[in-house]
Design a protein around this ligand. Structure first.
Ligand code: C2E
Ligand code: CA
Ligand code: CA
Length: 501
């Protein structure tokens, strides 16, 4: 079981990881897009605020550098959340600023906006990066507002100078005119976002460099590994749970076989024309310790898949041998028809068990019949035929169960030496108590069986009208609730006494 669980874990992990690359790419793009939007939003609000503040400073007519001007600038700047400092360079080239700053305003990195505004990229004198400023002039006086790029960069969480290029462009200009940072490595993602708002229209292009993208990929792979581990553990746990349940059901069935809790019920097959019993089908019932009876559909599939059907049928067979002797069927032509599966025909083991039961209970081989369903596939028809020939030589016949519903059909009839067809209840149900109904499939099965000299048993017959219909078509062997339901051996013995006498 451990090997299976490890394999399940590894397979799930591999599948999850290999499909993760798509998500990692997707999430890296989303992250870049989100950051671009954020950055742009900050630029935009900074620029709008700077624009408003500069027009207010200008309106106040505070053009001459003085303590009063400095204090006013401080007050204005204080009101703004995204302008870092405000400054005025007066006619005499003196700088008054809301914050002591160390920016070299003599730069040629400028870009003219509308309404006489200009964007200026100025370097810090101590080489500590750049400042982006909005500039408005009145005569020789210049008004500056520093945009809060740092905050935008902080939002991104890493050093944009190395990892990002962002380009500002005023709409209407054909080329990006102001470059804040230069990209060093190859761009892998390119996005652009546009905000239209008077008076400034901005376009920001963000390019994630390999570094930038790589960061998200690393985060992505870490997430993918964690996600894959969780999924793999969940799937492996589910597999463990299912295996345990399977194992435990297998064990429960094994214990029930050992405790002989599987018993044969008998459902008579009757010749409706003569009223004589022809035999009975053996139908397994699981009688649990508490006396409750479990129908076959709750365990037969599992028993067949797990191979437990073999010891289960052997257990039934032994009890059937004993029951038939108790019914007094030795020497009679009555038969008990046992349901077998293809695995019973893979070797002679089952044949030998049947022979042993017959001898032990002094039965005639004719007292035992076999039925095999058309629904199950027999892999090696030749091998099955060899085993069946031994049964036939002894005098035991084979019926094809659920005829017309499976895929064995004609090949089984031809290859396996079938002597009877059991017509499934499904077709019998098509015989209705109304006038002018049609049963083309049932009729053709009957015609086929009769022309092939096969005995026909109609199964699941519930009404006298169905018997009448079948009798008219020379089908007289009937198994169904119309005569009797499957019953335990003791009831069957009583039933036989009443109906045979
Ligand atoms: P099946 O071999 O086709 O058996 C006939 C089923 O139809 C039985 O159901 C029987 O009780 C039911 N039946 C018979 N006449 C009527 C009727 O007039 N009306 C209705 N509604 N049902 C009717 P059961 O006993 O529940 O068995 C179900 C299936 O389980 C069987 O279908 C067979 O495929 C499988 N099975 C039963 N016992 C064994 C067994 O010992 N070995 C194997 N391998 N399979 C078995
Ligand atoms: Ca059957
Ligand atoms: Ca059947």
């Amino acid at each position: 079981m451990i090997k299976i669980l490890v394999a399940v874990f590894l397979m799930t992990f591999a599948i999850c990881m290999s499909s993760s690359s798509y998500f990692i790419h997707f999430f890296a793009h989303r992250a870049l897009e989100r950051d671009a939007e954020l950055l742009l939003t900050y630029f935009h609000s900074s620029l709008s605020e700077a624009h408003t503040l500069l027009s207010r400073v200008k309106k106040d007519g505070l053009y001459k550098c003085s303590d009063t001007l400095e204090r006013s600038l401080e007050t204005y700047e204080f009101e703004s959340s995204s302008v870092r400092w405000l400054g005025v360079v007066d006619e005499d080239n003196n700088l008054c600023a809301s914050d002591p700053n160390n920016v070299d305003l003599n730069t040629d990195q400028v870009h003219d906006l509308q309404d006489g505004y200009t964007l200026v990229s100025a370097e810090y004198k101590n080489n500590q990066g750049r400042d982006l400023l909005l500039l408005n002039s009145a005569g020789k006086t210049r008004f500056y507002a520093s945009l809060d790029l740092v905050r935008a960069e902080n939002v991104l969480g890493f050093d944009c100078e190395r990892c990002l290029e962002y380009t500002l462009q005023v709409v209407g200009s054909p080329e990006p005119l102001f470059e804040q940072h230069v990209l060093e490595s190859e761009p892998v993602v390119e996005l652009s976002t546009l905000i239209h708002e008077e008076p400034i229209d901005l376009r920001l292009t963000i390019r994630g460099s390999t570094n930038f993208f790589q960061h998200y990929k690393t985060v992505g792979w870490e997430f993918a590994a964690l996600f894959s581990t969780i999924i793999s553990i969940s799937i492996a746990s589910l597999a463990y749970f299912l295996l345990r349940r399977r194992q435990s059901f297998e064990r429960v069935l094994q214990d029930a076989i050992r405790a002989k809790e599987f018993v044969p019920f008998y459902q008579p097959i009757i010749n409706s024309k003569t009223g004589h019993v022809a035999g009975a089908e053996v139908l397994v019932r699981w009688i649990r310790r508490d006396g409750s009876s479990v129908p076959p559909n709750e365990f037969i599939n599992f028993a067949e898949k797990s191979g437990l059907i073999i010891p289960m049928t052997e257990l039934l067979l032994k009890q059937v041998g004993h029951d038939l002797a108790a019914f007094g069927w030795q020497g009679s032509p009555y038969y008990a028809s046992i349901n077998i599966v293809p695995e019973h025909l893979q070797s002679n083991t089952f044949y030998e068990k049947v022979e042993e039961v017959i001898n032990k209970n002094s039965l005639r081989p004719e007292n035992i019949a076999l039925e095999i369903t058309e629904r199950r596939r027999i892999v090696d028809l030749k091998q099955a035929r060899q085993v069946l020939d031994r049964f036939y030589a002894l005098g035991i016949k084979l019926k094809l169960d659920d005829a017309g519903t499976g895929y064995g059909g004609f090949s089984y009839i031809q290859e396996l030496g079938i002597s009877s067809l059991k017509i499934d209840k499904m077709f019998i149900d098509s015989i209705l108590a109304i006038e002018d109904f049609k049963t083309p499939v049932l009729d053709s099965i009957i015609n086929f069986a009769q022309s092939s000299d096969l005995e026909i048993i109609a199964e699941g017959v519930e009404t006298p009208e169905q018997i009448e219909y079948l009798n008219k078509r020379d089908v007289s062997l009937i198994q169904g609730f119309v005569f009797a339901k499957p019953m335990p051996a003791s009831d069957m013995a009583n039933w036989l006494q009443i109906s045979v006498s």
